[in-house]
Design a binder for this molecule. Structure first.
Ligand code: MSP
Length: 637
């Protein structure tokens, strides 16, 4: 069995700040990475960002910045968040990096050499939100009926990948590797999709600039999914001078992805690799979605839960625990504050926190904070070995929520045992009672030490704090010898007892959230008032106009009637409040800027079909003008 374990998350789009859905994939990948390290594997854990494509180009334009500036901002946020969440990734790849571009160039070179690329014309639909080509049969009224996303029509020259030629090879891979796509239901889903036939895939775009330059053809950039998927090998040095990590870690042991992007990972990616003559990943796991009120949490719906408040208030580990335990891996789950708080109180504050604080407090009080002689009496030793065995079985089967359940059954056994034995009464029972007291407390302390190992992949901070309290922080941390009963030596001094996880007053917290949400809604409303999108701005049609005639509106001090050529043949009549600063003869022949699509209005009974633009100093207008060589009717943007 290989002693390396290479695990990846998808690389995140940089058009949006991370929400719980994004965090989930990375937290789960981190749990598996830490678990494999506990098993003694040499782990390589990769995450990163997907920075190219139409979606990012658009998002940057809407903010009036360059795509790379947007990427830098969001990447900084991801770095902070992963640090806060104690994510133990070994590398972070950005697709804007040189090492990545070299990897993309190399895979395209290999696919080209294999004869699987040809030049053609793409005529069809494109879904910019998912960066996906959508077949005609799936589009109704400009919407992809499968995803519900708007699509746009493309017609452009493109390089194509002969995906259709890989149908049999892909099916053969799925059939002879029943484990390669998990859960099983997704394996079937992908197989059915491929059995339905595959179209060749457009792998380059000309109507887009923000991407990896297509090797040898400057007019094209590489299709963002071919670009993005290659991160899994470019980050290891594939296509670069130093490819030692590639040789050591590829193929990946596990690509962890959300179910929405399974097809890209289980159809396109293996086909690219097959064509390039490279080994295929061992397993792709498609997890479910975090929902809010039964709808997928996403930016487009605006129902995403941001992690900041929860982390700030309850700590990173509480959030890590909640997402790991609440969702049956592979299925969807609803996120709610109530569910979070209930689990926090029941599982963390009560089962874990209370058991730990009672045990350490009693050991301090009755045994001078010193671990007594090891014993294996009572139900806890058996419960511990069952927990370890089940935990390993479930983690290996990618059932992390069930692995946690196994660990919590051990906690429950410790709790019930303490309740039964009532150490506080044993302490009053002379020599006989003292012997039993020592045995009971040893069981509890040792059970907790083993729990601290099982919880480490999910809650590294709390697990470390628990080990410190037990005086076990210097003891080995692995899933072999370290989980055998009796590892905590007699005479060990306990560390300082601090409450690990104080209970939360649910009602007070829900009130706190309500206030927080109101504040957030008010801030969002303000932002909405002050900021417009590029699409909003594009609604205003501005044109250069040449003033042909001007005369004051009778009986008005301010209004001037002007006839303006805006390139429509007939001049337009506009009425503007500029008569106090400009004389009619000063105006004729000037080139100004006109809002050409304003609803007509009457000013002092005179119709105005548009508006001119002027700067205003203390209410006095100063006309905006255009250079003489700009013809009337020219658009302004
Ligand atoms: N950039 C692509 C992935 C390229 S990998 C070569 C992408 N990025 S993403 O930012 O949109 O999504 C990243 C991950 O977050 C995906 O695994 C996706 O499934 C996950 N989630 C985003 N919203 C989610 C939920 N509401 N729930 C759970 N995970 C979801 O796709």
């Amino acid at each position: 069995m290989s002693d390396t374990f290479y695990i990846t998350t998808p690389i995140y789009y940089v058009n949006d700040m991370p929400h719980i859905g994004h965090i989930y994939t990375t937290v789960m990948a981190d749990a598996f990475a830490r678990y494999q390290r506990l098993k003694g594997k040499k782990v390589h854990f990769l995450t990163g960002t997907d920075e190219h494509g139409q979606k990012i180009e658009k998002a940057a334009a809407a903010q009036g910045i360059q795509p790379i500036e947007l990427a830098d901002r969001v990447v900084a946020r991801y770095h902070d968040l992963w640090k806060l969440l104690d994510i133990s990734n070994d590398d972070f790849i950005r697709t804007s990096e040189d090492r990545h571009k070299k990897g993309v160039a190399e895979i395209i070179a290999r696919i080209t050499r294999a004869g699987d690329i040809y030049k053609g014309e793409y005529e069809g639909w494109y879904d910019a939100r998912d960066e996906a080509f959508v077949p005609d049969s799936q589009v109704k009224d400009g919407v992809d009926v499968e995803s519900g996303n708007k699509v746009e029509r493309l017609s452009e020259e493109s390089y194509f990948f002969r995906l259709s030629a890989f149908q049999d090879r892909l099916l053969e891979w799925y059939r002879s590797n029943p484990e390669c796509i998990q859960p099983k239901s997704r394996h079937n889903e992908v197989m059915r999709f491929v059995e339905g036939g595959l179209n060749d895939l457009s792998i380059s775009r000309t109507s887009l600039k923000w991407g990896v330059a297509y090797p040898g053809d400057e007019d094209h950039v590489v299709y963002v999914w071919l670009d993005a998927l290659t991160n899994y090998i470019s980050a290891l040095g594939f296509g670069n001078d130093d490819d030692a990590s590639y040789n050591e870690f590829w193929p990946a042991s596990l690509h962890l992805v959300g179910k929405d992007i399974l097809r890209f990972h289980c159809v396109y990616w293996p086909a690219f690799l097959m064509s390039a003559g490279l080994p295929l990943p061992k397993q792709v796991f498609g997890h479910g979605w975090w929902l809010q009120d039964d709808a997928k949490m996403s930016k487009s719906i605006g129902n995403e839960v941001r992690p900041d408040h929860l982390i700030h208030r309850f700590g990173a580990d509480a959030l890590r625990y909640f997402v790991s335990r609440e969702m049956s891996f592979g299925q969807d789950a609803n996120f709610s504050d109530e569910a979070f708080l209930e689990r926090f109180n029941a599982d963390l504050a009560n089962s874990l926190g209370n058991t730990a604080s009672r045990t350490t407090a009693m050991t301090t009080r009755y045994l001078d904070a010193t671990v007594p002689t090891p014993t294996s009496d009572g139900p806890v030793p058996d419960a511990a070995s069952t927990a370890v065995e089940k935990y390993i079985r479930h983690m290996d089967a990618l059932e992390p929520n069930r692995a946690l359940e196994a660990a919590w059954r051990l906690l429950s056994t410790i709790n019930v045992f303490l309740q039964d034995k009532q150490p506080w009464n044993l302490a009053k029972n002379g020599e006989e009672g003292r012997k039993e007291l020592e045995s009971v407390l040893y069981s509890a302390l040792e059970g907790l030490r083993i729990t601290s190992i099982l919880t480490e992949p999910f809650m590294p901070g709390i697990a470390a704090a628990l080990r410190k309290q037990l005086g076990a922080d210097e003891l080995p941390l692995d899933l072999g010898r370290a989980t055998e009963w009796g590892g905590l030596p007699a005479g060990t001094k306990l560390g300082d007892a601090k409450p690990l996880l104080p209970r939360v007053d649910i009602k007070a917290y829900l009130k706190e959230i309500e206030v927080e949400n109101e504040k957030r809604a008010a801030a969002a409303a303000m932002a909405e008032e002050n900021l417009i999108t590029i699409d909003d701005f594009a609604k205003v049609k501005l044109k250069v106009g040449l003033i042909k005639e001007a005369e004051r509106v009778p009986k008005s001090k301010k209004l001037m009637k002007i006839m303006v050529d805006v390139g429509e043949g007939e001049p337009r009549q506009l009425v503007a409040g500029i008569a106090e600063r400009y004389a009619p003869e000063e105006l004729v022949g000037r080139r100004i800027v006109v809002v050409a699509n304003l609803q007509p209005a009457k000013l002092m009974g005179v119709e105005s079909r548009g508006m001119l633009l002027a700067a205003s100093i203390d209410g006095a207008p100063y006309l905006l003008s255009a250079d003489d060589e700009v013809p009337p009717g020219t658009g302004v943007r």
